[in-house]
Each structure stands twice: as structure tokens, then as C-alpha cells.
Design a protein around this ligand. Structure first.
Ligand code: HEC
Ligand code: HEC
Length: 370
């Protein structure tokens, strides 16, 4: 009863939202101003349509293909770690949804390929966040403590449980490798000293800004391809709205800069940043795009499967009065919507066979047949 019937009845609501937005735009503008966005003309949606945002590169770090390529090599190169065996890609692998398949990550001195087979003494405290669409986040990390990718990029080096290497030491290692010096000169033309830790951060950030996923079936659907979502996926989308999920996991990114306490935890979460007692145990609302391979889920990796994570979230949402409760059959439909309709691996980075340091690119774990 909550299936297609109710979805098909939604255009009225969608049209109302568009009309309202139009009215507001008209009343709020004088005649000189830019015309507003085109009204949404795609198939029915259970929420007001918003276009996928454009990536903005900071003025002091414009993008170029040379910089993206340098950033990619640095991302996969264990030269940025104390043990020369761990890389960003160890915890943010394209095979694991730009995360690592672990409940909580394992840093330097670890053994085994990325994935559940990895073990080691340096166990991080939280689940590795996906880097998909990180370009569009204004507050980074589970607790929002970093304000830009550039600010974030060297922090894993400074973490003893992650890469554990002084960024200046990293820069001098890199400066001793002629192939890297050439790549830095190409990425930062005209700079007297292109190999600096700041430029390592800039190149990594520019590479990360290329990790966009906006060609999922959901995106094709809103672009007018009604057949892009199956009936079951449409039902899952409708249930996602009815259960109140979209108020926090806001389309089209299915995330937001809101913080909420959803799972029982000893981690103080957002409170570390704001010092407000109300933020104890609260975490940033993570994206639900490209989530299929990035389990376990939640900041502490406490749900192995997506179905379980959805069930827990639906349970909290119903108890908090955010939406109606879901049956297990409905949970499966929401999980199906997330797994199928929001997946897009078309711009997945290519893992280099070799990196300029000559060190081994960290092993990746099992390729899951999909
Ligand atoms: C040992 C595993 C590990 C390594 C190595 C690692 N990360 Fe992470 N990364 C994490 C974890 C865990 C988090 C979440 C930490 C938190 O929020 O407190 C994270 C978060 C991030 C975020 C924030 C994403 C968001 O949505 O807020 C970015 C960006 C990031 N890492 C980039 C990098 C880069 C670039 C490197 C290499 C220089 C790197 N990481 C190396 C585990 C790792
Ligand atoms: C009040 C805001 C809010 C609402 C409503 C909400 N969520 Fe969440 N969701 C969050 C936050 C915050 C987290 C991270 C919590 C944590 O890890 O401690 C999260 C985490 C998740 C995760 C795990 C993602 C990952 O990468 O680990 C899934 C899946 C999820 N939510 C799905 C849903 C679904 C489905 C609904 C609707 C039934 C929903 N959420 C409703 C805020 C919300």
C-alpha cells in the first residue's frame, strides 16, 4: 500500500514544492537578477528536487590533470607512511567503497591486504569514511573537525595509529626522488620549491575532488529516465522518505552537515569540537551514496550488513518520531534502493601498478564478485 500507488500520487506535492520555490524566487528578486534554476520536470520524487552540486576548487588550489595524477600516485604510495608499507589507499580503497572493509581501520605495521583479512597493532578508533563526493563536504571527519580537504590531508600522517610520519620528513623523502620532482614541477608550474608538504596536501585534495559519484541510477531517473529505477527500488525510495531518512540523509548527496547521536557509544563524537554536552555521541550524517562495499557501518563499524544498519536507523527514527516504523520486508526494500539506485563506480580511481618511490603499492583484498 505504500508502493507505487502513493509514489505516483506525489507529483502534486512535487509540483507544489516547485511552484512554492518559484513564488519565493519571484517575490525575493528584482528584475535585474539571474533567472532561477529550471523547474524540475523529471519523474515523481518523494522530496523536492535539488540538483547535484558543482565542485568548487579553492582559488589557491586550482585543478589540473597533472595535479590529479600526482595526487593519485601519492594516494597509493606508501612513501607517506613511517613503515613505507601503508598508504591512504590502505584505508580508502576503490575495492571497498573508498573505505577499507573493516569495522575500525588498521594503520602502520599492519599485515595483510586491505579488507577483513588485515590485522595489526595500530587500530584506529573509528570506521574509515568513504571519500566519494568528499569534494562537496564542508565539514570533514565524523566529528566535523576539519574544514577543508587541504586541512585534512596531512592529518593521517600525524596520527600514530594511521601513517605516523612527520609531513616534513615525507616532503624530504619525496624531494629525493627525481620522478616525483618532475611531477611536482608539472603540477605546480613556476614555483621555486614545488615539493613541499603543503603541495602534497594540495595534490591529494585535488585528486580527492575527482572522486564524484553522480551517475547512479537515481541520477538517471531524475534526469528523466523513468526506467532507471525498478519498481522495487522506487518502493524503497518511497519508504526511505516515509521513514524520515531524507531529513538527515538529504538528497541528492544523501548526507548533511547535521550531527546526531544514533548509536550507543563511548566516543564523545561532535562534543570534542563544540564542547557542548548535547553533542556527546553525535556524529556527522554520512553519505548513503556508494555504500554497498563500504561496510561495516556506523562510526564504530557496529553493523556488518547494510540491512542491519537500515533496520537500526529505522528503529531509532520511529522511536524519535522522525518517520513511521518499517517492517523487515520494507527494510530490505530501502537497503535495495541504497545498494542499487545510489551506486555509481564509473569514476573509480585506477590503482597504479607502480609508484615513483618504487615501493610496493599496498595489497588490496579480495575482489568481491558483483
Ligand atoms: C589507517 C587508516 C587510514 C589511513 C592510512 C588514512 N585514512 Fe583517511 N580516514 C580514516 C578514518 C578512520 C577516518 C575517519 C576518522 C574520523 O572521522 O575521526 C578517515 C577520514 C578521512 C577523510 C574525511 C572524509 C569525510 O567524509 O569527512 C578524508 C578526506 C581522508 N580520510 C583522507 C585520507 C588521505 C588523503 C589519506 C592519506 C594521506 C588517508 N585518509 C589515510 C582512516 C585512514
Ligand atoms: C536525525 C538524523 C538521521 C536520520 C533521521 C537518519 N539518519 Fe542515518 N545516520 C545519521 C547519523 C548521524 C549517522 C552516523 C551515526 C554513527 O555512526 O554514530 C547515520 C548513519 C547511517 C547509516 C550508516 C552509514 C555508514 O556509512 O556507516 C545508514 C545506512 C543510515 N544512517 C541509514 C538511514 C536510514 C535508512 C534512515 C531512515 C530510516 C536514517 N538513516 C535516518 C543520521 C540520521
Amino acid at each position: 500500500m505504500f508502493g507505487l500507488g502513493s509514489l505516483r500520487s506525489l507529483p502534486a506535492l512535487g509540483a507544489f514544492a516547485v511552484a512554492l520555490a518559484g513564488a519565493l524566487a519571484v517575490s525575493g528578486c528584482d528584475e535585474e537578477s539571474e533567472p532561477g534554476p529550471e523547474p524540475y520536470e523529471g519523474p515523481p520524487l518523494p522530496w523536492a528536487y535539488e540538483p547535484f552540486p558543482a565542485v568548487v576548487h579553492p582559488s589557491d588550489n586550482p585543478s589540473s590533470s597533472e595535479k590529479v595524477e600526482l595526487g593519485r600516485l601519492l594516494f597509493y604510495d606508501p612513501i607517506l607512511s613511517r613503515d613505507e608499507a601503508t598508504a591512504c589507499a590502505t584505508c580508502h580503497s576503490e575495492q571497498w567503497g573508498m573505505s577499507d572493509g573493516l569495522g575500525v581501520s588498521i594503520g602502520v605495521d599492519g599485515e595483510g591486504p586491505t579488507g577483513p583479512g588485515r590485522s595489526g597493532p595500530n587500530v584506529a578508533t573509528r570506521n574509515a569514511l568513504t571519500l566519494w563526493n568528499a569534494a562537496l563536504r564542508r565539514e570533514l571527519f565524523w566529528d566535523g573537525r576539519a574544514a577543508s580537504l587541504e586541512e585534512q590531508a596531512l592529518q593521517p600522517l600525524e596520527q600514530a595509529l594511521e601513517l605516523d610520519l612527520d609531513p616534513e620528513e615525507a616532503a624530504s623523502r619525496i624531494a629525493a626522488i627525481p620522478a616525483y620532482v618532475e611531477l611536482f614541477e608539472a603540477a605546480f608550474p613556476g614555483e621555486a620549491q614545488p615539493v613541499t608538504s603543503d603541495n602534497v596536501a594540495r595534490a591529494l585534495s585535488t585528486f580527492e575532488r575527482s572522486l564524484l559519484s553522480n551517475r547512479a541510477p537515481y541520477d538517471r531517473y531524475v534526469d528523466g529516465d523513468e526506467g532507471a529505477l525498478s519498481d522495487e527500488q522506487l518502493e524503497g525510495m518511497q519508504l526511505f522518505a516515509e521513514a524520515g531518512c531524507a531529513t538527515c540523509h538529504v538528497p541528492p548527496l544523501f548526507e548533511s552537515n547535521r550531527y546526531a547521536a544514533r548509536v550507543e557509544t563511548d566516543d564523545e563524537g561532535r562534543m570534542a569540537v563544540t564542547a557542548a554536552a548535547a553533542d556527546r555521541g553525535a556524529f556527522r550524517v554520512p553519505t548513503l551514496r556508494n555504500l554497498r562495499e563500504s561496510g561495516p557501518y556506523f562510526h564504530d563499524g557496529s553493523s556488518e550488513t547494510l540491512e542491519e544498519a537500515v533496520w537500526r536507523e529505522a528503529d531509532v527514527a520511529a522511536r524519535e518520531g522522525e518517520g513511521r516504523a518499517l517492517t523487515w520486508a520494507e527494510v530490505d526494500l530501502v537497503a535495495l534502493f541504497l545498494k542499487k539506485a545510489l551506486m555509481d563506480r564509473s569514476r573509480e580511481p585506477e590503482r597504479p601498478d607502480e609508484v615513483p618511490s618504487g615501493l610496493d603499492v599496498p595489497l588490496d583484498g579480495l575482489r568481491i564478485p558483483r
